[in-house]
Design a protein around this ligand. Structure first.
Ligand SMILES: [Zn+2]
Length: 221
């Protein structure tokens, strides 16, 4: 069972990359946010436990996330392994994951950082626009509409959510980037960190990662 951790700041294209990579490598794309929602919807005990925290607006504790993740790894669609997207977010979570995988005589094979400079992240995140009619998503930087300020699909006006405004975006990154670097340091110390340049086109980054992850590695059984 292969466990690949995909790391990147918000706006680095981590989710996009994981979604493309997973089928190419015959791995399951496991986004923790989706996993929480699915477990809560399925009404499993642990799913409801996690949901109770989320409903109160609290973070789901690490031990619950790790347990849910390990449960998910035993499902038939995860036989060959997983690409983790959105976990671990802190060194404590990274350690908890190491311990849990170690108990199953497994481990993280590789952690991949999609590296994008902070200024570019700010530019991408604050470029997000939604249409008033149906919430169609655009990005002035990466996915602009054909007519500026107008939805391609329904012609309605595009607006910026408060969450995507410059100062909010900067504050969010200031909070998340140091934790991301700490998680990177955790895997770097284990010799498992690979950094890819996230400023290149998505397809190029994908090809580099497919080539790298298709090579046999010593840590893989
Ligand atoms: Zn629209």
């Amino acid at each position: 069972m292969r466990v690949i951790v995909l790391l990147g700041a918000p706006g680095a294209g981590k989710g996009t990359q994981a979604a493309v990579l997973a089928p190419r490598l015959n791995l399951l794309h496991l986004a923790t946010g989706d996993m929480f929602r699915a477990a809560a919807a399925a009404g499993t005990r642990i799913g409801l436990e996690a949901k109770a925290y989320m409903d109160r607006g609290e973070l789901v504790p690490d031990h619950i996330t790790v347990r849910m993740l390990l449960d998910r790894l035993t499902a038939s669609d995860a036989t060959h392994g997983v690409i983790l997207d959105g976990f671990p977010r802190t060194p404590a979570q990274a350690r908890a994951l190491d311990v849990a995988l170690d108990e199953r005589r497994s481990g993280v094979e590789e952690a991949i950082l999609i590296d994008v400079p902070a200024e570019e992240l700010v530019r991408r995140l604050s470029g997000r626009r939604l249409c008033r009619a149906a919430g169609h998503i655009y990005n002035e930087v990466t996915n602009p509409p054909h007519v500026p300020g107008e939805c391609d699909i329904d012609g309605s006006e595009l607006y910026q959510r408060a969450d995507d405004q410059l100062e909010t975006v900067k504050a969010r990154l200031d909070q998340q980037i140091p934790e991301l670097l700490d998680v990177c340091a955790h895997y770097e110390a284990q010799g498992k960190l690979r950094t890819v340049d996230g400023m290149r086109p998505i397809e190029e980054v994908t090809e580099e990662l497919v080539a790298a992850l298709s090579q046999p590695s010593e840590s893989r059984a």
